[in-house]
Ligand binder design. Structure first.
Ligand code: IVH
Length: 704
């Protein structure tokens, strides 16, 4: 007799269809688990798609037989692979770093200068361990946990509410009463050493591979599709910060954390309030001593200004608060053998020597590549192939080779000759002379520009990276493969992929590792990103010297891509006002301005840019505070200010959406002049620019 799974859909009877639907529901569920939870699929995407299609076809024929647990009623497996996105009402920031005592002392001095605190004014700081886990934000409404999200890129995270609910330290309902209507508690999800070891013991007993370290395991556990899987891997949580609050029932950092403890959160018992740099360092050393016996991984100590009114005044630089920093523990080191040196070509053509090492574990992570920085460094450290070398890994940064161990040098250790031709395209690779210092650049660069495949691939990789276009399903691996096959070579090719695929005989869905669903998902993910914000777009272009901060400055200054392009093309004439405007942007120096102007002046870049703009529409930056009376205006501060420091004034203006310029021109909208203002004030009067004093400024922005 023919088995039900071999019968064509049209020939199924109600009875055989019923059996078949049950089999499909079970099979598909099993494959989902294998794929999503175990990372070990047994069937190809195409076979999986075929199962789902068959299930759908049978259901169409026998609508009465659709099962309660039918795969067609669950969110499609691949759609369920994604969590919903959550936009954080208050962005989740990262921290600046301090690596030694001087950095900590400088951190405090900077704050004192910014706030203009007298010597004898107490600057209290909290100090607490920096937990090596992943941050999460928990939203409570009327005391009830309503949603929980990962940090994501800081602006947008993933909704992992159900998974966070399985974490015992996270209350589903706040203790006590009288909480603000909206409370967002933030903190770190982590796994203890004991739980990690127990989990690995279970893995070993089941003949499965061991997990690498507690942090990655915690991250993986939190992003499980099935909350039951998360629950099976015990996670913990420390509360240490907050996001949106309908009111803030606290005035100090310490007070805030104590309040969270009263609401039922676990807070870190090591947290202390310090009244001097000396005390901060003392707490740091104390925590460092206890590091091994804490029972969970930490990678430093976080200091935060205790007074919240000061935190507010200090605000942020880029993605990190001015009022906090992470004092990192010294990097972990190890020795291993250097087997070879490979040259990597970056997106700006820089040739970087990469050490190929015998794999070695450093701080819980297996390292087999490390950077050697540049050719001068190889020479200075006298590192030869065959040497035993010391390597260091600090936090998330790329491991680096510190030097060689002289006693362990074998007789046949070979010095490395740095190539003067690009290994990727054969063009000359040269070291420029720095125009200002006259010195030879440390970095050797490929002169191949657009013909160099390595630069092209790196540019593409940068374009799709997390803080740039961040296209789901289009990562480093896919870019490399698509580039090699000629599918994506220019930036704009990414966005014409679907259209070309429709006409092509070699469809993406037929590629190894793809199926109908995953191909469609990729096209959809690409389409979804056609309208990223202008600052992301500028950053994604990968211009030299243009990181996220500069990209944001440019986006804010010029507003639209069209205005930016026009201005920068015009700026290649140094006599044009456009050049003066560019250099006048506070935060953009001449070197950066030159790199940007050069980029826009280059014909090839214009071709790439215009092809790209035919496919995507970067969205003008939403003014930081659209309703602010100074948003979009260009402001110059001059003379001495008495109620705020110059830095503070600038930060405040920027927070309100204004642009701060260093000198007065026709484009200036407002000059804030304090006592002693000289030529800038005169120029403003001559040009008829509005002038006010510090009090007038506070009245204007509504903070008088
Ligand atoms: S405060 C606005 N405190 O470190 C400041 N962060 O490098 C928000 N982290 O994304 C962070 N322990 O995941 C803070 N005690 C602690 C922390 C901590 C770990 C993580 C957090 C953040 C990252 C920044």
């Amino acid at each position: 007799m023919t088995k039900p799974d071999e019968i064509a859909v049209e020939e199924l009877t109600a009875e055989t269809a019923k059996i078949e639907l049950q089999r499909l529901a079970e099979d598909i569920a099993r494959h989902d688990t294998l794929y999503h939870q175990n990372d070990a699929p047994e069937v190809s995407d195409a076979e999986y798609d075929a199962l789902r299609n068959r299930n759908a076809a049978i259901e169409a024929q026998f609508p009465d037989l659709v099962r309660e647990d039918s795969p067609s009623l669950r969110v499609g497996a691949v759609a369920a692979e994604k969590f919903d996105k959550v936009t954080h009402a208050v962005p989740m920031l990262s921290l600046s770093n301090a690596f030694n005592d001087e950095d900590v002392s400088e951190f405090c001095s900077r704050i004192r200068r910014f706030l203009n605190l007298p010597e004898d004014e107490l600057l209290a700081m909290t100090a607490e361990p920096k937990i090596d886990g992943l941050s999460a934000s928990l939203r409570y409404e009327n005391g009830q946990l309503v949603s929980g999200a990962t940090r994501g890129d800081g602006q947008v995270g993933e909704n992992v509410t159900e998974n966070l609910k399985t974490v015992k330290d996270i209350p589903h309902r706040l203790s006590g009463q009288g909480w603000p209507q909206v409370v967002e508690v933030r903190g770190e999800v982590y796994m203890t050493h004991a739980d990690f070891t127990a989990l690995n013991d279970r893995q070993a007993a089941a003949g499965k591979q061991a997990y690498v370290n507690p942090r990655n395991t915690a991250a993986g556990s939190l992003r499980q599709l099935d909350p039951a899987m998360t629950a099976a891997r015990p996670l913990k949580f420390f509360a240490y910060a907050w996001g949106e609050m309908s009111e803030e029932p606290w005035t100090t950092q310490m007070g805030a954390v104590e309040q969270m403890a009263a609401w039922g959160f676990a807070i870190n018992p090591q947290m202390k309030r310090c009244e001097s740099v000396a005390q901060m360092l003392e707490v740091y050393r104390g925590i460092e001593e206890q590091r091994a016996s804490l029972g969970y991984d930490i990678d430093g100590v976080v200091y935060k200004v205790d007074r919240l009114d000061w935190q507010r005044r200090l605000g942020f630089v880029s993605r990190a608060p001015r009022w906090a920093t992470a004092h990192k523990f010294p990097a972990e080191k190890a020795t291993t053998v250097l087997r070879d040196i490979e040259i990597q070509v970056g997106r700006t053509g820089a040739l970087t020597p990469v050490a190929k090492l015998d794999p070695v574990t450093v701080g819980g992570v297996v390292v087999s590549n490390a950077t050697l920085h540049n050719e001068d460094e190889i020479e200075r450290k006298d590192v030869r192939i065959g040497d035993t070398v010391t390597i260091q890994r600090a936090g998330d940064v790329i491991p680096q080779v510190l030097g060689h161990v002289p006693e362990r040098r074998p007789a046949d250790a070979t010095p490395f000759t740095f190539p003067d031709l690009c290994p990727a395209c054969g063009s000359h690779a040269v070291r420029d002379h720095n125009a200002k210092t006259g010195k030879l650049d440390a970095v050797r660069r490929c002169t191949g520009g657009l013909i160099c495949p390595a630069q092209a691939v790196e540019r593409l990789k940068h374009f799709v990276s997390r803080n740039a276009y961040d296209i789901e399903g289009l990562g480093i691996k896919q870019i490399e493969a698509f580039y090699e096959d000629g599918l994506i070579q220019r930036l704009s090719d990414i966005f014409t992929l679907r259209q070309r695929d429709e006409r092509s005989l070699k469809k993406l869905k037929d590629r190894e590792g793809y199926g109908e669903t995953s191909a469609r998902n990729l096209f959809d993910a690409i389409d979804e990103r056609r309208n990223v914000s202008l600052d992301r777009f500028i950053f994604a272009l990968g211009m030299r010297h243009v990181g996220e901060t500069t990209a944001r400055l440019l986006a804010r200054t010029y507003g639209t891509m069209e205005a930016l392009n026009d201005a920068l093309v015009a700026a290649s004439d140094r006599e044009n006002d456009a050049w003066a405007d560019l250099v006048n942007i506070d935060g953009i120096g001449e070197v950066v301005a030159e790199a940007i102007v050069d980029f826009f002046a280059e014909g090839h870049n214009q071709e790439v840019l215009q092809a790209l703009l035919a496919e995507v529409s970067p969205e003008p930056l939403e003014a930081v505070a659209a309703q602010s009376p100074v948003s979009g205006k260009t402001v110059v501060f001059t003379g001495s200010l008495e109620q705020m420091t110059r830095d503070e004034a600038k930060a405040m203006a920027e927070r309100l959406g204004a642009k701060v310029a260093g000198s007065v021109s026709k484009k200036t909208d407002l000059v804030v002049a304090g006592p002693g203002a000289g030529s800038k004030l005169k120029k403003a009067t001559d040009l008829g620019v509005e002038v006010t004093d510090e009090d007038g400024w506070f009245v204007l922005i509504g903070e008088a």
